[in-house]
Design a protein around this ligand. Structure first.
Ligand code: MN
Ligand code: MN
Length: 297
């Protein structure tokens, strides 16, 4: 039997490989659906499963864009792309992200700001460190590049089958004196922006998760819910993931029904409050010990 640490390492390694593979796909005219499908096939080939759907968020959109069914979006020259992905094995999730600029080099400082902030934060990671100290170094590093961190987005503790567990890892000093503990797994994800440093809730994203499972009367919704519980458990999934089993009309019907009954939750997209700004993000999943282990390196 594999130890928990071995499983964390295994999923982290596949997530890291998928991120680097995915980066090569971020080219001018590349279609979002193709990129996501290829990355998700890559993960499957390595015997992993998506910890959540591949996220491809552009420019001022900080997070939570996954391709819709029949999405026609393509990358254009100058796009600043946040590629954020997760891999799980038996519920042990590796969560990682990078930022890439398509065919230009105009925003390398902004990209570097979130990357350096992540590196500086990782240097602090060991048992006993307060999460506000991590936030402080993230904020200071991003400020030193002349940008702001996004304060209402944060990293998070990761637990088995729980992507966003009960501890937040802030991107500024929020005064939270919660300490990192031996054996904890956390994701640190600094966002650097030319904007206000705040995101708002935008349009719906077609990212969902099971929220409050309970019996449903309608047979189509019941069948779709059963599939969701079996395939994704408590992890986020995309609407398009349901199309392997059901036609789009059934999926739309069932999801809107399940959403109305608060059984599934649909995440909104998270754009910066300032419309014309740019956002970069980097993320690693880290096993806390001394020295810490960067699982998605
Ligand atoms: Mn992520
Ligand atoms: Mn994360």
């Amino acid at each position: 039997m594999e130890s928990e640490l071995e499983l964390w390492k295994k999923s982290g390694k596949i997530a890291s490989e998928a991120r680097e593979y995915g980066k090569e796909l971020l080219k001018e005219n590349a279609n979002f659906l193709d990129i996501s499908n290829k990355i998700e096939e890559f993960i499957a080939k390595k015997q992993g499963k998506p910890g959540f759907p591949v996220q491809i968020s552009l420019n001022s959109l900080a997070a939570h864009y996954t391709p819709f069914p029949e999405d026609k979006s393509v990358l254009q020259k100058g796009d600043l792309v946040k590629l954020d992905l997760g891999v799980h094995i038996e519920g042990y999730i590796g969560d990682t992200a990078l930022t890439h600029e398509v065919s230009t080099n105009k925003n390398q400082d902004l990209i570097k700001a979130s990357k350096e902030a992540l590196n500086e934060a990782i240097k602090l990671c060991k048992p006993g460190v307060k999460v506000c100290e991590i936030g402080e170094v993230v904020n200071e590093t991003i400020n030193s590049f002349g940008f702001k961190p996004i304060k209402n987005l944060s990293g998070h503790k990761v637990d088995r089958y729980i992507l966003h567990s009960n501890i937040s890892i802030p991107n500024f000093n929020n005064g939270d004196k919660t300490k990192l503990e031996e054996g904890m797994v956390i994701a640190i994800e600094p966002f650097a922006t030319t904007g206000l440093g705040l995101v708002k809730e935008g349009k719906l994203s077609s990212n969902y998760r099971l929220h409050n499972p309970k019996p449903v009367r309608d047979p189509i919704s019941r069948e779709v819910l059963k599939f969701i519980e079996k395939e994704f458990s408590t992890l986020p999934f995309a609407k398009r993931y349901l199309l392997v089993k059901f036609p789009l009309s059934k999926v739309n019907f069932a999801l809107s029904n399940l959403e109305k009954q608060n059984i599934v939750y649909q995440y909104p997209q998270l754009p910066e409050k300032q419309e014309d700004c740019l956002v970069s993000q980097h993320e690693h999943t880290i096993y806390i010990t001394d020295p810490a282990i960067v699982l998605t390196k």
